[in-house]
Write a protein that binds this ligand. Structure first.
Ligand code: PEP
Length: 252
């Protein structure tokens, strides 16, 4: 079965100025993007709505996080409460990014709770998982990723998985310029698919998109895009440059 190629741009806390944002939007709006690829940009929360209105409608927007509580006295959670995102027409949210797991001490269970809350609000989730350098060197990659995924499996129904894109993002590859080799990426993605087959269902394993993130660039995307279990990319640094267009078109 064919899974639609998916390319997400995670802008993190960039760009700093509205001028830079405008230039990026112009680059994307004037580019010839592969219509077969689903494209999603995750800007800082202040820019989500303006970007939704200025990007062409072949490019969707995503939040970079959301809180698991539906509403209430949670000062500071601007536009990141799942029902508010959904009400504003934001289709996606990134959850479990390694920067949130590490810098903000988000546990597997918290990520799972947020995932459930997001789905209940009809948001789709880009769910990030991945091992750090020590864990890879200790041969623990599959165990770590399976543990992160199992927490989510425990709170979802099999039907929920149609709303989830899994982003395999080895922490050692994020922002380092060290991209996983095609063999490393394929092995990890195939392991995730095997995990879904065992723990959820063969159908979910077959249908769920598993995208790769970690130093993806115009130079390495074409090789990675040909791998059987790589269904797209989550891109940080290169999504702030014109390279992002090449990455979107890497399957063409
Ligand atoms: C990311 O932050 O999700 C990411 C993949 O970053 P980069 O592409 O810069 O490694």
């Amino acid at each position: 079965m064919s899974r639609q190629f998916f390319v997400g741009g995670n802008w993190k806390m960039n760009p700093v100025s509205r001028e830079e944002k405008k230039a990026l939007v112009n680059t994307l709006n004037s580019a010839d993007l592969d219509p077969a690829t689903e494209v999603v940009i995750a800007p800082p929360s202040l820019y989500i709505l303006p970007l939704k209105d200025t990007l062409k409608n072949n490019i969707q927007v995503s939040a970079q996080n959301c809180y698991e509580k539906p509403k209430g006295a949670f000062t500071g959670e601007i536009r990141r409460v799942a029902p508010q995102l959904a009400d504003a027409g934001i289709p996606y949210v990134i959850l479990g990014h390694s920067e949130r797991r590490k810098e903000f001490k988000e546990s597997d269970e918290l990520v799972a709770g947020k995932t459930k809350a997001a789905l209940e609000s009809k948001l789709k989730v880009i769910l990030c998982v991945g091992e750090d350098k020590d864990q890879r060197e200790a041969g623990e990659t599959a165990a770590v990723v399976n543990r992160q995924l199992q927490a989510v499996v425990n709170v979802l129904t099999p039907g929920d998985w149609s709303q989830i894109v899994i982003a395999y993002e080895p922490v050692w590859a994020i922002g380092t310029g060290i991209v996983a080799t095609p063999e490393q990426a394929q092995e990890a993605h195939a392991d995730i698919r095997a995990f879904l087959k065992r723990q959820v269902s063969p159908e979910v394993a077959e249908k769920t998109r598993i995208i790769y993130g970690g130093s993806v660039s115009a130079n390495n995307c074409n090789n990675l895009a040909t791998l059987p279990d790589v269904d797209g990319f989550l891109v940080g640094g290169a999504s702030l440059t014109a390279q992002f267009v090449d990455i979107i078109n890497s399957k063409r």
